[in-house]
Design a protein around this ligand. Sequence first.
Ligand code: F6R
Length: 579
Amino acid sequence: MCGICAGIGSENQIEKVVRGLKKLEYRGYDSCGLAYINETKNLEIVKCVGGTENLENRIDKTDFSNVVIGHTRWATHGTVCEENAHPHISFDGQFAIVHNGIVENFEELKKQVDVQLKSQTDTEVLVNLICKQSGTTLEKICNACQKVVGSFAIALIENGKDEIFFARRGSPLWIAADEKGVFAGSDISVFDKNFKKCFCLEDDEFAVASLKKVEFFEKNCKKIEKKSISVENVDFFDGFSDEQTFMLKEIKEQPIVLRKTCFNLFSSLDDAKICELKKFKKFHFVACGTAYHSCLMGCQFIKKFCKKQCEASVASEFRYADNVLSKNCLYVFVSQSGETADTIASARLVKDAGLSVMCVTNEPYCTLNSLADFVLPTFAGKEMAVASTKAYTAQVFSLLIFALRLGGETIQNTLKDFVQAFDCEFDVDKLCQLVLASQKVFFIGRGQDYVSSLEAALKLKEIAYINCLGMPAGELKHGTLALVDEKSLVVAISTQEKTKKKIESNILEVQARGGKVALISNLEHNVDVDLKLTLPNFEEFLMPIVSIVPLQLLAFEVCQRLGFDPDKPRNLAKSVTVE
Ligand code: F6R
């Protein structure tokens, strides 16, 4: 995981790189740091545990540097502490490096470099490996990289030199250059808004940036000419001054996101494309976490509207499973970031088998899109909070529209009316109190409501640290009911007529064991519960988008009342770029 950012140019780069790191904190925020060449041409390091606000407090505001590399970390090797924070320096103090990725053979390389290490990281091994190679700095890096098994995007600076060296294998690295200098980062949001052209460093390519230019090289150090890419439609999100938390802001943005999705998707899914996609007899959705829940929802829609076989897999399972791949199947990879390691590896596997890949992503210039035969963009805009909210509803809504179009349903007006009426106003205070008064929380539902129960539980776990479970309502009595007692809260989601009576029975079974029940529904239910949260009524297939909103708000509210930071939950990062 982790994010790297680097700048070299005539202006002071320190503030620019810190600003870039802020935009990359979604990749990890356990610690962060900078290495730069100061005005007397010496290498300086500033690093700290925690986010960039801590780093800003450590930086001497009068410091000036033309050459800066920076890092924001999600710990893989070694605990969260200052010693393990990047940048890492070589034993002779000559080189400083920032690294995103994992050096898998670092134990073996550690023996080879044979120096006293200060940290427990694979990255410190890597910088020493580079330092111990012979030749020019570029040759040292190229040679060292040949010995590495694993993934890396690195930026390296050298004591006394106005240059930054870059290398990449597996982990993303973007480089932009103009008359003011060269800027680089793990994604293109680090660039200034007016950057129009940039370069995507490919696997086993290297770059050397000086104050005026950037040059590219192959692994044998042979210079190559690289074509720049024109960048359009990028959300260079800059709203750090917003007082609200990102999570609440993003929950509240959902009505706009749905309107944008409705408006844009009908044009991206043109008739010719739909005709082409209709030839597939089966669909297989693959993703991680919340995006996997979107896949489960997508499966429900495909079966309902297209009457075709459909399954969903968690990417970390799919990539190592004995899959029976078929050319009649469209493999759909869903990812907000488009940089999730397991999802990318799964898509590569399908691609390498010569089969069709569709990607549903929220970032137009992501790695996943580069593997796709067909991209279905979501229009959620930049999502900053670690817990996915608006990207989830955008994915679900996009997959719904996809299934409707593929199934030949012409209900554009229903969707237009829905997005006009949809809002996010729910009072979750009482539900929040019930959760806080309970020792155990279970979310239950059937069909589409089962999927929402999984997503609701994930949100509450990840930001409020409440050990809860989402499960099919019908499964309760096959074991989990044994956990239900008077300290338990069961949140039942019910939006489908055909399973309404079944949910009522499940509720009675919980109550018979002394459990409290909160019911979230748009239907008339004939059962007494501790709390009923009434949802507005829309077509059944639209209800998953409606019912998840109070559950997102619930997780947010519980998190706030417990005093946690909803935007940066502990132990997590927004983009999981390692296995
Ligand atoms: C949970 C959450 C994660 C992501 C998962 C996949 O709120 O955000 O579970 O959904 O890490 O990330 P993407 O969608 O970027 O592939």
